[in-house]
Design a protein. Structure first.
Lengths: 525, 493
């Protein structure tokens, strides 16, 4: 049964996609596409317990284990909610991109071999361009181009990583097989660097974080919700899958932990200078991905196999909360009743680990990694930072922008309270030991960093720090890119020169001589 | 010894020749009908040859006149040549089917350009089959000349001055290449008294004479393959030819001379230490992949962009030399290089055909004015996008499969440097595919001059689907293309 659901996780949305190419079926396929993630949801819920399940067909392997199942279930739920409320009269171009992104987003959690993972990872990255960048607005075009550049660069880096993984494991390209062979592989160091760089581009780790605020600001709210919620988790599952937690690697783990903490604080500091609420949420995502990377790095350093499951839970919590916060921008843009503000406040501070929210459980899940010493101090500081940043977000939310309302379909705004409550309390149903979060110690541990953060936020506002441009370091990347583009005419001139008869004749002669020399070199020796 | 079924090889070469003769004899309207009627015959023959090679697991040989080399000459189909024959038998008919509109003979009359097109198309097919089957270096020279002389008229078939200039450039530079190749052949004949590939492969030694011959022959073949920096003729020729001709020229004709370069280095010289010259060829290929992609990024016209993309993709092919010659991971390099040949053949043919549909429908092929064109021509842009997927090396596509093999070969043989053009070229390809697709998929209105022909769009789509389906090639396929390839040390695998 679960095997069938596992195949259907991909096959069923693919059927919707195929239906989009038959003109008479297209409107219906698009209108009913919220049903497409249903098998994924079911498979995710069934796969939460029990041993990993795998199916192979057509040379592809699908594999569902507990961390993947949790993320799959949460991602499928989010896709269902947002798709169901999505406006129905969107054009086919948008619908096809939506379905492709959905397939990739669900698929990465169940991909069992390198090639399927690479394919599905490309699907969750590239077609998302079509969800926000087809526009005459130059700012959206810029966001799209930057997004695609990072996505393609990430693909290239990962292809190199995967080729090394496969070359190190002659017995097969299943993820389980290549990961078993990795600790003994001669290319272990290179693989780890490439894996962190590649997935880091998707997660917005410093210095690859600049595309994220541009993307979320350009994207309409439903798109920002699924991309920030489900899309980014493709990077998280990548790290979960391709870091060898069985073997303690102190240097690599330590380096990743430092990178993660730097990103966590960088996101908070830059986020605090932003005025656009979407930007604040984007920087909060960057910061949270930094926390996850830091925990994974510490887990890697200590050889904690449980780190993958813990961080899957942390990421699943972030998945729903971040999506609900984006929808809140639209739902609360015009009317802001007190109960809704309270709900949004709880949701926002959940990211800082506010007691009784899902965030408190997520924080508890990371306890094994941030157990002592400097790691514990930094993790607490990052909670305080998150609380400051989210308080800042709430002030931006209250001074809301009316255009956020027009971006949000009415049904999605209506369903927002349910989505927010789900984000706050669903994690309780999936936590390993939720009782632990209700002890007095845990409540107090969760409470005081949030309280300090909330109290510090107004102090920070007094300081009136100048606003850092959206996408911070992206400005430097763009400047470097512009400099490269300026080299273009030189290449054209070189081409014209090389394609003159005398130059071509000389080239031919030089090639003959060089080949001769290369051949004779061996002969002489 | 001629193996049972060896006569098929003769039929495979003679079928298009028969078509040419019949076309001359009947003239006019018959040429088109004859080409299209013989296409399935050619496909069946190629498929049958491939089946026989796969079934026996050994090359299929036909000794002409019953005389064994070195006295006589032989036709020899191994896994690689059988595969290329099948590819040819798929792409040439597709181009022919596509060209029916443009090169239809007017009622009751006879059009010179139509007759030329159909005859030259069949001549290319015959020449390619001879290139793939030939087992004698002089015989292959003849095949190569036939290929060039059949390809050049296709470039200038519509008689515009710029196409004539492009064709002349192509012809002259190809002649340089021929002379260089022929000189090398003469040297080898002087040294060994035979030009049979198998016999030479057994006798060859690393003497200065052999290296001189190899250098001359290779340079000649590079000139005909348009490897950077010898791509002097390719962009104008491929961009100015009619779409159907460009598809054949870019997809197949440049692969003919590349195939001979493979024959030379991996079949004639396998026993020699070829690491250094192979690295030189790889370096040229790597430069081609990067340089061609950058130039493709800067083109204003779609056909020129696609032509420069061919310059880049030819570069990937030459990475096969250092990677397949390496003792470790050589099999991966061979599979990857061959997959690149196939993926590029289908994807590029499909893209040139699509560019043709586009130019007909819009009346121009200036990329800057594609805004919103995907809504008017959804199928064509789907084809361009899927072809681009393969060029970029994203799954599921033959292009991805090729890079996947080549990168693993880089890792296994420790030749890191080749990963740079493979990955960098992929990124740049992403850039130029983006340049075509992003404006077309965006908002905007284009004026459609003539609605596209559905049949032409479907032919291009069919080719690109094959390029994608290559991603699902089973493991046996890669064993098949190794049939008959001698390995270093003289043993045949």
């Amino acid at each position: 049964m679960i095997q069938i659901l596992l195949v259907a996780t991909l096959a069923w949305p693919l059927a919707f996609l195929a239906a989009c190419f038959v003109r008479p079926w297209r409107p219906r396929a698009l209108a009913w596409q919220f049903l497409a993630p249903a098998p994924g949801l079911a498979a995710g819920l069934m796969g939460l317990s029990g041993p990993p399940v795998s199916v192979s067909a057509l040379g592809f392997v699908l594999r569902l284990d507990a961390p993947g199942a949790l993320l799959l279930a949460f991602a499928a739920l989010l896709w269902i909610v947002v798709s169901a409320t999505l406006w129905r009269d969107k054009d086919a171009r948008f619908g096809v991109c939506w379905l492709l992104t959905m397939i990739g987003s669900l698929g990465v959690f169940v991909a069992g071999d390198l090639v399927s993972f690479y394919l599905l990872y490309a699907l969750v990255s590239l077609p998302a361009y079509g969800l926000f960048a087809f526009s005459d607005d130059p700012e959206k075009q810029r966001a799209g181009a930057v997004y695609l550049a990072f996505a393609l660069a990430g693909e290239a880096v990962l292809l190199a990583a995967f080729a090394l993984l496969a070359a190190g494991a002659p017995q097969g390209v299943g993820i389980a097989e290549v990961m078993a062979a990795l600790p003994a592989s001669p290319w272990r160091g290179a693989v780890l660097v490439l894996v962190v760089a590649g997935f880091g581009m998707k997660m917005g780790l410093v210095p690859f974080n600049g595309w994220m605020p541009l993307n979320y600001r350009a994207a309409p709210i439903p798109v920002a919700a699924v991309l920030s919620g489900a899309g980014v988790k493709a990077g998280v599952i990548g790290l979960l899958r391709f870091l060898p937690f069985e073997a303690p690697l102190a240097e690599a783990g330590g380096a990743l932990a430092i990178l993660g903490f730097v990103t966590a604080f960088y996101g908070v500091v830059v986020g605090l200078t932003q005025r656009d609420a979407k930007n604040v949420l984007a920087y909060s995502s960057i910061s949270q991905m930094g926390v996850i990377s830091a925990a994974l790095g510490l887990g890697l350093a200590a050889g904690q196999v449980s780190a993958a499951g813990d961080m899957a839970f942390y990421a699943a919590n972030h998945l729903l909360v971040k999506a609900a916060l984006f929808v809140a921008l639209g739902a609360l843009a015009v009317r802001r009743p007190v109960w809704a503000l309270a709900l949004a406040g709880a949701l926002a501070l959940s990211l800082a680990g506010l007691p009784l929210t899902g965030g408190a459980l997520a924080k508890l899940a990371s306890k094994a990694q941030f157990d002592a010493g400097w790691a514990k101090v930094l993790a607490t500081l990052s909670s305080i930072g998150s609380a400051m940043l989210m308080t800042h977000f709430l002030t931006r939310l209250v001074s809301g922008e009316a255009e956020a309302a027009s971006e949000t379909p009415v049904p999605l705004a209506r369903v927002w309270p349910a989505l927010a409550l789900g984000a706050l309390f669903l994690p309780w149903a999936f936590a390993v030991d939720p009782g632990k979060a209700l002890t007095l110690d845990a409540l107090w541990d969760g409470f005081w960093p949030v309280a300090i953060g909330v109290a510090l936020a107004p102090v920070w506002r007094r300081l009136s720090v100048p606003q850092i441009p959206t996408g911070d370091s992206i400005v430097f990347f763009e400047r470097g890119f512009a400099r490269l583009v300026r080299l273009g005419p030189a290449f054209e001139r070189a081409d014209v020169g090389l394609r003159q008869w005398p130059a071509a004749g000389v080239s031919l002669l030089v090639i003959v001589l060089a080949l001769l020399a290369a051949g004779l070199g061996d002969f002489v020796r | 010894m001629t193996a049972p079924g060896g006569e098929l090889l003769v039929f495979a070469v003679l079928t298009p020749v028969l078509g040419i003769l019949l076309s001359f004899a009947r003239g006019g309207r018959a040429a088109e009908a004859i080409t299209l009627a013989l296409a399935p015959v050619g496909l069946v023959l190629a498929g049958f040859v491939a089946w026989l090679v796969a079934w026996s697991g050994a090359p299929l040989v036909y000794e002409i006149g019953g005389l064994a080399p070195p006295l006589g000459i032989a036709l020899r189909a191994d896994g690689a040549s059988a595969t290329m024959m099948v590819v040819t038998a798929l792409i040439v008919p597709a181009a022919a089917f596509y060209a029916r509109e443009k090169f239809a003979t007017p009622q009751g009359g006879e059009s010179r350009s139509a007759l030329t097109f159909w005859i030259m198309l069949q001549a290319i097919w015959a020449a390619l089959n001879l290139v793939f089957l030939g087992s004698d270096l002089f015989n292959l020279y003849v095949a190569l000349e036939l290929l060039t002389f059949a390809a050049v008229p296709l470039v200038c078939i519509d008689g515009r001055p710029e196409t004539l200039a492009a064709a002349l450039r192509y012809l002259l530079f190809a002649l340089f290449g021929s002379i260089s190749y022929l000189l090398g052949v003469a040297l080898l004949y002087g040294g060994y008294g035979t030009l049979d590939i198998v016999l030479l492969g057994q006798k060859i030694e690393g003497t200065p004479l052999v290296w001189t011959a190899a250098a001359l022959m290779t340079a000649g073949l590079l000139a005909k393959t348009a490897l950077f920096p010898l791509h002097i003729w390719l962009p104008p020729a491929h961009a100015n030819a009619p779409a159907a001709a460009s598809a054949v020229l870019s997809g197949l004709v440049v692969k003919g001379s590349f195939f001979l370069a493979l024959r030379l280095w991996f079949y004639v010289l396998p026993g020699l230490p070829i690491a250094a010259p192979a690295a030189l060829l790889g370096a040229l290929g790597g430069c081609a992949a990067l340089f061609g992609s950058i130039l493709a990024l800067r083109q204003a016209r779609l056909k020129l962009l696609v032509a420069y993309s061919t310059v880049a993709q030819i570069g990937y092919l030459f990475l096969m030399f250092p990677l397949a010659a390496a003792p470790a991971g050589g099999a991966l390099g061979w599979s990857g290089g061959f997959m690149q040949v196939l993926a590029h053949a289908f994807a590029k043919a499909a893209m040139f055909l699509s560019a043709g549909v586009l130019a007909e429908a819009l009346g121009h092929d200036r990329i800057a004015q594609f805004g919103g064109a995907a809504r008017a021509l959804p199928l064509t842009f789907l084809t361009l996008g899927l072809g681009g997927l393969s060029l970029m090396g994203l799954p599921p596509s033959g292009g991805f499969e090729a890079k996947w093999f080549l990168l693993r070969a880089c890792a296994a043989s420790g030749q890191w440097i080749w990963a740079v053009p493979i990955l960098g070229g992929g990124l740049l390809a992403g850039g130029y595919v983006f340049r075509i697709l992003a404006p077309a998929l965006g908002d905007g209105e284009v004026k459609v001059k003539a609605s596209p022909r559905r049949s032409q769009e479907l032919v291009a789509l069919g080719l690109v689907v094959i390029a994608l389906a290559l991603a699902f090639a089973p493991e046996n396929f890669f064993e098949f293309i190794r049939i008959g390839r001698p390995l270093a040390g003289g043993g045949a695998s």
